[in-house]
Design a protein around this ligand. Structure first.
Ligand SMILES: [Fe+2]
Length: 146
């Protein structure tokens, strides 16, 4: 995913640096040592904040791939939005697009493939309980790219 982010010409300057950092770090919250809520966007962003990482990158990690929708379903939306600002920007759009079109081994996927559930189903193996929530969030993310 970070490799794709480096190839995007539409995001330049400090935005490109933010995108690249967020692409590398977006799933850091899956690390067992960082688990607090069991919701990896929030767990990862809180850890980045604790170590003093750039606030904009930290917020992009918190909100990657429409995390607010899943946060709402988990009862964590107020915390997420209070702690980390949402940003409507090319950086957010690019991060969402790259996340949804990159498989778990870094393989390239089409948006149609992700919409068909391949990407979502693979990720949901770790989140069986939250499968419907992830699908709803991903469906919203994909619709926003149309
Ligand atoms: Fe993620």
């Amino acid at each position: 995913m970070a490799k794709k982010a480096g190839q995007l010409g539409a995001v330049t300057g400090s935005d490109a640096d933010t995108l690249m950092a967020a692409a590398w770090l977006h799933d850091v919250g899956y690390a067992a040592a960082l688990a607090e809520e069991g919701f990896h966007p929030l767990d990862g962003a809180r850890w980045l904040r604790r170590i003093g990482y750039d606030p904009r990158v930290t917020a992009r990690v918190a909100h990657h791939s429409c995390a607010a929708i899943e946060a709402e379903l988990r009862g964590l939306a107020d915390e997420l939005l209070a702690e980390f600002p949402w940003e409507e920007s090319a950086v957010s759009d690019a991060l969402r697009y790259f996340d949804l079109t990159t498989g778990p081994e870094g393989e390239r996927m089409t948006v149609d493939g992700a919409a068909g559930g391949d990407q979502i189903a693979v990720r949901a193996t770790d989140l069986n309980r939250w499968f419907d929530d992830v699908r709803a969030a991903a469906g919203h993310a994909l619709a926003s790219l149309a």
